[in-house]
Design a protein around this ligand. Structure first.
Ligand SMILES: NC(=O)c1ccc[n+]([C@@H]2O[C@H](COP(=O)([O-])OP(=O)(O)OC[C@H]3O[C@@H](n4cnc5c(N)ncnc54)[C@H](O)[C@@H]3O)[C@@H](O)[C@H]2O)c1
Ligand SMILES: [Zn+2]
Length: 461
């Protein structure tokens, strides 16, 4: 899709991703109250009702302003789900996958979500091209799920052979040297262009395997089997792949979309508690930036999520994937709108950098960062106190931090934020909440005093 910032005219048709009859919460009817400006350094504001039931939205960029028409008669799906699983307490058939379709033209693909999906070989096999498969995983995930995945890829299908490469576990191995191990294995095994790479693991494996698939023989088929909440709700959707450079995270990479994503919620049973909570921070983020009804659902269902209820997780992953897929379909290459997915990440990145990578998990830093962004939004008078309280409550329920580490100083925040990717013309643009729950802006137009006050409120010095 053409980048929104460059297009002089763009038309987008969207359909709601929710079948309201089976949704656990009723959705409000569509609204044409949408505001999107595409000029540099201008705010982008989206209402959660933007992707409303059965509505199609046409955006026409005129003189850098986006005119929006809502038309309820046309349907074209940007991200849609078939079969919606009722979350707890009703017992839906957890063997039938929920499917979220990511609509990216000829690079569209399905995300299968549900319990027991690795026991359904046909789901994976229909997306395997050619006869050779390379499963890329790590030494933590391999003993847990590699045999099961190889079985799912090959059972009843003698024509397909699967090999694997087991990488060392950890963000510190997300680099060129480890990537080479994937290429070594692929070349030694004489894999050709018709092979399929399968990523089995968390976001580190997904990003590395995706980048390997994008560049091996200039691009081979790719399937994602994400096994962390973070990977299931965030990193496996959207096509960003890559590795770190010693001078910075994710600096080398490519946009590359998979053939399919298969999310078996049973894999979460072995995930450490902290990793589970870290992923939930991103789930909460989707509710805050664009999906108030999903946020309300989370408020009611956080105990079920913390108890790893597969149906609650299926629903949370589905809504998260739909939200991300809708944003990505509108702004695949991150010209503006996609930046709203970074709520809390500017503050969070400062925590990750200042406090030392590996001390706090990414989602933990994002949780504290979201609290800071919400605090600043309230100081600006853009949201009311009830949202601040609700954000605190839900993060506490998810056992996530609601403040940065005590060792963080105002200076540490400022020095990292000064070199943030979202600085344009010396102005730091932030994702802030504005209006009723589910609305955010990406803007550099805010009172600097509010940022200073927030930093002082959360830091001792
Ligand atoms: N591409 C994107 O759009 C995007 C978005 C967000 C994050 N990311 C990337 O994702 C990475 C973080 O992903 P992550 O949080 O999944 O970390 P991770 O991949 O390091 O996984 C966390 C830990 O859990 C282990 N693990 C994975 N699945 C498990 C399971 N089912 N049971 C037990 N242990 C399991 C892993 O081996 C690892 O030790 C970062 O590198 C980040 O840059 C990418
Ligand atoms: Zn994140």
């Amino acid at each position: 899709m053409a980048s929104a910032a460059n297009a002089s005219s763009l038309c987008l048709s969207l359909k709601s991703s929710i079948n309201s009859s089976s949704s656990p919460v009723s959705r409000s009817s569509g609204s044409s109250d949408v505001y999107l400006r595409l000029k540099n350094r201008s705010p982008i504001s989206l209402r959660s009702s933007f992707f409303s039931n059965s509505s199609s939205i046409e955006l026409n960029q005129v003189n850098n302003k986006c005119l929006v028409n809502v038309n309820r008669t046309q349907f074209k799906t940007s991200a849609s789900s078939t079969q919606v699983m009722e979350p707890s307490p009703s017992k839906a058939n957890s063997r039938v996958p929920t499917i979220v379709e990511v609509d990216l033209g000829n690079r569209s693909y399905p995300i299968y979500i549900g319990s027991g999906l690795l026991d359904q070989p046909e789901l994976l096999q229909r997306h395997v091209h050619g006869k050779r498969v390379l499963v890329v995983t790590n030494n933590t995930v391999a003993p847990l799920y590699l045999d099961k995945v190889v079985d799912a890829l090959t059972r009843g299908n003698p024509n397909v052979s699967a090999e694997s490469v087991i990488l060392p576990d950890g963000e510190k191995y997300k680099n060129m040297e480890t990537l080479m191990k994937v290429f070594d294995k692929a070349i030694e095994s004489r894999l050709d262009r018709r092979c399929t790479f399968v990523a089995l693991g968390g976001g580190v494996i997904g990003d590395m395997c995706g980048y390997a698939a994008a560049s091996f023989l200039r691009g081979v088929n790719f399937i994602q089997i994400p096994t962390t909440v973070m990977a299931q709700v965030d990193s496996s959707v959207g096509g960003k792949t890559g590795i770190n450079h010693p001078l910075g995270k994710n600096l080398i990479g490519a946009f590359y979309q998979p053939q399919c994503v298969l999310i078996d919620t049973d894999t979460l049973n072995t995930l450490p508690d902290r990793e589970l909570a870290s992923g939930l921070a991103e789930v909460i983020k989707y509710g805050l930036i664009r999906d108030a009804e999903f946020f309300r659902w989370q408020e009611n269902n956080m105990p079920a999520l913390m108890a790893r209820d597969p149906e609650a997780f299926t629903y949370a992953i589905k809504r998260s994937c739909e939200n991300k897929a809708e944003v990505v379909a509108l702004d695949e290459k991150e010209s503006g709108l996609r930046a709203t997915l970074n709520l809390g990440h500017t503050f969070g990145h400062a925590i990750e950098t200042g406090f030392g990578y590996g001390q706090w998990l990414h989602g933990e830093a994002v949780a504290a960062g979201m609290v800071m962004a919400v605090d600043m939004s309230r100081r600006l008078g853009w949201i009311d106190d009830s949202i601040v309280r609700r954000v605190h409550n839900i993060l506490e329920q998810a056992k996530l931090p609601t403040a940065p580490p005590v060792t963080m100083t105002v200076e540490m925040f400022k020095s990292v934020m000064a070199v943030d990717k979202k600085v344009a013309d010396g102005l730091l643009r932030l994702i802030l909440l504005k209006g009723p729950l589910g609305n955010c802006v990406f803007t550099g137009e805010y009172d600097r005093k509010a940022l200073d006050e927030t930093l002082r409120a959360f830091c001792k010095s």
